[in-house]
Design a protein around this ligand. Structure first.
Ligand code: NDP
Length: 255
């Protein structure tokens, strides 16, 4: 299986990136039915926290597994990329679900399955590039401008994403289930700085790894989150008459 992946690696990743473009188009017509956009007709529903864990768990597990199986897993750069991935996905799978102030309406199991499917493809493609197909990054890569710029973007995106999610969390007191207008940080300029931060983070990853799977991941993240940011933005404007008119959806001052 892994030999087959290695032999056809670029073809598989290109097909994967092309799927992201189709998904991008589809998500403008069908908003993923969870959170404020939840609606019936999407099959059985499971608790939100369980949904998030099932969705995200494959990513750190498979990434770490392929780190162990790869033949190019030695050296500082391999460890840096492994650490970055685990810091993000360990948090997403094991901590983030328990920080949520959920409404208790649940998440369609189909969303969790789709999310898990994404991670089952995305994590191995990124890991197999870094720990096998690339042949390994030598220590000099740590001083390469691509690694430096990409790492700065990755960390900045992660900080923006975490801060924006923390602002949302603080809007609900324990037991509350409603929605309020978020303020502070990049919320001054856009409705969805958590999505903006996530996109910047994976663009940073693409640059730091200088890889096709990294680029495909950045494209996928934008494809998933840009249509959702537009849907959130529209929803805020319809729900709150006093919603700040100068606020954009996703990209400060632009969109
Ligand atoms: P949302 O911004 O829709 O919601 C995040 C949490 O905040 C939810 O618990 C939500 O409640 C709550 N919330 C949102 N807005 C308000 C508000 N105005 N008032 C009160 N509570 C609010 O984010 P997602 O759930 O879509 O995503 C969560 C994280 O996962 C983000 O950091 C995102 O970047 C990341 N993600 C990454 C993806 C990728 O492709 N890499 C794909 C999807 C998500 P409720 O659920 O009840 O609406």
């Amino acid at each position: 299986m892994l030999d087959l992946l290695t032999a056809h690696f670029h073809l598989v990743v290109t097909a994967w990136a092309a799927t992201a473009l189709l998904t991008f188009a589809a998500l403008f017509f069908v908003t993923a039915p969870y959170g404020r956009h939840a609606r019936s007709g999407w099959g059985p529903v499971i608790p939100e926290r369980l949904g998030w864990m099932l969705m995200e768990l494959p990513s750190p597990v498979l990434f770490a597994l392929l780190f162990a199986l790869g033949t190019a897993n030695e050296g500082a750069v391999a460890w840096v990329f492994l650490t970055a991935w685990i810091v993000h996905y360990g948090y997403r799978a094991f901590a983030f679900p328990f920080t949520l102030r959920v409404r208790g309406t649940g998440m369609p199991a189909s969303i969790a399955v789709f999310g898990a499917f994404f991670n089952v493809i995305n994590a191995p493609l990124n890991a197999w590039w870094i720990f096998e197909v690339s042949g390994g990054y030598d220590a000099g890569w740590l001083a390469d401008p691509r690694f430096v710029v990409g790492s700065v973007l990755f960390v900045w995106g992660l900080v923006v994403n975490r801060h924006a999610d923390a602002v949302l969390r603080s809007l609900r007191k324990p037991g509350e289930t409603g929605y309020k207008i978020p303020h502070g940080g990049l919320y001054r300029y856009i409705s969805c700085p958590n999505y903006f931060g996530e996109i910047v983070q994976w663009i940073g990853w693409a640059i730091a790894t200088w890889s096709l799977p990294g680029l495909a991941f950045a494209v996928w993240t934008f494809a998933n989150l840009a249509p959702r940011a537009i849907a959130h933005h529209r929803w805020y404007r319809e729900k709150f008459a006093d919603y700040p008119p100068e606020r954009r959806a996703l990209i400060p001052g632009v969109w």
